[in-house]
Design a binder for this molecule. Structure first.
Ligand SMILES: Nc1ncnc2c1ncn2[C@@H]1O[C@H](COP(=O)(O)OP(=O)(O)OP(=O)(O)O)[C@@H](O)[C@H]1O
Length: 355
């Protein structure tokens, strides 16, 4: 049985359906990320798990206990919000100790626990400081210490990194993931940042309009998106429409493409090609599924360049290719140039029919 089992959970605000029969099973110790565009319902789902929002239908079972109708205080979780949500008038020590029992006998233990927690988040000795004396990243570490102080069975993170600058985000995301792995606490994090999701998650739940679109490990979600929405939302890519001419062959304009995957029966085939899967060749007989591309635009982005090309595909839509700077070895690609390109057969993953 799943550690956290969400069954047919629905939530409406008036006529608006924020969650539409969500089914989700979270394993013990797992780091699960809810990912989706603004308004897709990910925060509503997290808040329903926390008891901060009451669902209209469905159940939430946590460690075998039906918590669907329990108030937040009777559920076993710690939570971190996007805005640091520390009490500004309380010291770091009092913020971290907030959820701990404050009876006289327990006070010494609480003090010890605060010390442990501050050690854990890399801020030892900050007990006497106040939130205003700390940076955004430090405040989030304190919020994390507070959330973990009661040793909850579940850790809920609501966009915990989005108020931080780029460098601090990357640093803290590594720290949170390492901490979670060390403690083994089952964690659910909400984010709209796909890179964050790919970097941190054991599994990603992609949501759109109150529904789950796909659940999977980061690599699978990226490599085998289940539908157009997931393909588009995770990473950059090119949609290639083609005519199926055999179980492993399709034609798109002048391009005859061999695929490693068997193409489902039907007249049309659709592929999602990642920019980094388009290869640059010196000659057309060098690679597989080769074709010419006319450079429309080239953006140098440091470690790699993004090249917009036109090829003789079925719909003539420009393709975007990504070439690493190491690979280009100083070779400059200019608009107007004609490049020899190829797409390895294993990177032509057919997408299901558009809904
Ligand atoms: N209390 C409320 N009353 C009415 N509508 C609400 C309420 N809370 C959320 N909604 C609506 O429900 C939808 C889902 O909201 P939710 O906050 O879960 O989205 P989200 O995916 O977390 O997006 P964001 O990243 O913008 O927070 C949104 O369209 C939002 O406007």
């Amino acid at each position: 049985m799943a550690h956290l089992d969400i069954r047919r959970l629905s939530k409406r605000y008036g006529q608006f359906v924020a969650l539409d029969h969500i089914e989700l099973a979270v394993d013990e110790g797992e780091f699960l990320v809810l990912l989706g565009p603004s308004g897709c319902g990910k925060t509503t789902l997290l808040r329903a798990i926390a008891g901060l929002e009451m669902q209209d239908e469905g159940e939430i079972i946590h460690a075998g206990r039906d918590i669907s109708r329990l108030p937040p205080g009777q559920r076993d979780y710690g939570i971190v919000f996007q805005s640091y949500a520390l009490f500004p008038n309380l010291s770091v020590a009092d913020n971290v100790a907030y959820g701990l029992n404050s009876s006289r006998n327990e006070r010494r233990l609480a003090k010890q626990r605060v010390e442990e927690m501050l050690e854990l988040v890399g801020l030892p000795g900050t007990q006497a400081k106040y939130p205003a004396q700390l940076s955004g990243g430090q405040q989030q570490r304190i919020a994390l210490a507070r959330a973990l102080a009661t040793a909850p069975d579940l850790l809920l993170l609501d966009e915990p990194l989005s108020a931080l600058d780029a460098i601090e985000r990357v640093r803290l995301r590594g720290e949170i993931r390492a901490l979670q792995t060390r403690l083994g606490v089952t964690t659910i994090m909400v984010t709209h940042d796909q890179e964050e999701a790919l970097a941190m998650a054991d599994r990603i739940v992609v949501m759109q309009q109150g529904r789950i679109q796909q659940i999977g490990e980061p690599r699978d979600i990226y490599r085998q998106p289940g539908n157009d929405f997931v393909a588009d939302f995770i990473g950059r890519g090119n949609l290639l429409t083609a005519e199926r001419v055999g179980p492993h062959h399709a034609r798109s304009g002048d391009l005859l493409l061999r695929t490693a995957a068997e193409l489902p029966a039907g007249a049309t085939a659709r592929f999602y090609v990642r920019p980094e899967d388009i290869r640059l060749h010196d000659t057309l007989d060098q690679g597989e599924n080769t074709f010419y591309g006319h450079v429309l635009k080239c953006e140098f982005l440091g470690p790699y360049s993004l090249v917009t090309l036109r090829a003789h595909t079925a719909d003539g839509r420009p393709l975007v290719a990504q070439f690493s700077s190491n690979y280009l070895c100083g070779r400059e690609i200019r608009p107007g140039a004609m490049l020899r390109l190829g797409i390895p057969a294993e990177h032509l993953q057919p997408l299901p029919e558009a809904a």
